[in-house]
Ligand binder design. Structure first.
Ligand SMILES: C[S@@+](CC[C@H](N)C(=O)[O-])C[C@H]1O[C@@H](n2cnc3c(N)ncnc32)[C@H](O)[C@@H]1O
Length: 230
């Protein structure tokens, strides 16, 4: 599909979503929106020749885990996994131990077709406790989705082991204060530390979007975080 047709499809999708008048803090609205994206053909527009974010996210992890043996062992949760684009890129680079978490069943059905995740977790990230144990993952990736759940960042910190990392790559122009504020708040509280934060040009070219990359190291034991919340 050429870029012109993709741009037109993207415009149509955006128009359709505007007409839905989505409230992104309302779970049923989010599900409806992303179920629609999946049906219309998310992957046709967000293909790797124009949507670089999943590849970039995977490359950040490759820098951290350059050895083949480490890549196979590192336990990754891809949150807001959508149709599995980030899982595909992680697998291309040799990562093998990857679960996906996604609230939209139709997006997840597309991901399942790609067979890139070991476990498919159909859940929303919110401030409520996820079904995942403390310190369970070495890495969480959040590609083009973190602005949906800044209130759930403490919960992400709980499920990543101390010394593990969270990679956030988001549309820079759509990032709201709430996301940045929560990242900073958890750094101020000593829950995690920001290792890298930069604006990148390669994000989603046909929409002229830049990305913001935030690499975070979790410092606190998830069991303590849980105690703090009780
Ligand atoms: C723009 S898509 C990105 C999908 C995928 N990461 C990618 O790069 O193609 C955003 C995804 O975040 C998911 N999402 C929305 N709210 C969420 C929440 N509270 N917790 C987890 N995922 C959420 C949506 O269902 C959607 O699949």
């Amino acid at each position: 599909m050429n870029t012109k047709i993709k741009s037109e499809m993207l415009r149509e999708m955006c128009a359709m979503f505007s007409s839905l008048n989505i409230n992104y803090t309302d779970r049923s609205d989010v599900i409806e929106a992303y179920n629609n994206w999946a049906e219309i053909g998310y992957d046709k527009v967000y293909s790797s020749d124009v949507f670089y974010a999943p590849k970039k996210t995977a490359e950040v992890l490759e820098d951290l885990y350059p050895l083949e043996g480490d890549k196979k062992g590192v336990k990754i949760l891809d949150v807001g996994a959508g149709t599995g684009l980030c899982g595909v890129e992680l697998r291309k680079l040799g990562f093998r131990n990857i679960d996906g978490l996604e609230p939209s069943e139709k997006m997840m059905t597309e991901a399942m077709k790609k067979n890139v995740y070991d476990r498919y977790i159909i859940e929303f990230i919110t401030e409520a406790r996820l079904s995942i144990p403390d310190n369970f993952y070495d890495v969480v990736t959040a590609c083009s989705c973190a602005r949906h759940f800044p209130d759930g960042f403490p919960e992400i910190a709980r499920i990543v082991r101390p010394g593990g990392v969270l990679v956030i790559l988001s549309n820079y122009d759509a990032v709201d204060m709430e996301m940045e504020t929560m990242v900073q708040k958890l750094e101020d509280e000593g829950v995690w530390r920001i290792v890298r934060k930069e604006i990148i040009d390669e994000f989603f070219s046909i929409a002229n979007q830049r990305g913001i990359l935030i690499l975070i190291e979790v410092l606190t034991d998830g069991r303590k975080l849980q105690d703090q919340r009780v």
